[in-house]
Design a protein around this ligand. Sequence first.
Ligand code: FES
Ligand code: FES
Length: 172
Amino acid sequence: MSQEKKSADSIRVCINGERERLDIEPGETLMSSLRRAGHYSVKNGCDEGVCGACNVILGEEGLTRSCLVPAASCDGDDVMTVEGLLDDDGRLHPLQEEFLDRGAAQCGYCIPGVLLSGYDLLQRDTVPTEEAIADALSGNICRCTGYVQQIEAIQAAAERLPDAEPAAEGEH
Ligand code: FES
Ligand code: FES
């Protein structure tokens, strides 16, 4: 009876609900390992923790810049990439729909990271103010949009989500 054994240069992770084994190289970051395995929505914008393009939701850590995390430290962890926003039928998350409807994405390079920053915020704050959203996006560099449509899209998505409380009149 053969039993598959995890080799020293691989880790087991659960990516968007699917178990996967990732091969890792010595000193490699989670971002590089994910991209090598085909998870290209995890973007390499700067490779040094500045731009937020490589954001993932990592287990209990939550929103994480995967270019700063050693892949070897992630064995057994849950990882969510932007694809994890889709529902079980493959429908877009309200965040994604609002980004599309409001033209909040241009070249798109920053968008997976921005969407995950927005998602992370909405887990903690179901009625975010404009300031709270701007603060949540302060770690994301977007060279195209000026952020205005992105902030509006996140606020609009918050209003559509089930836990959202109706905004007080005049409060936006
Ligand atoms: S690629 Fe990780 S923060 Fe820029
Ligand atoms: S849409 Fe181009 S960098 Fe943000």
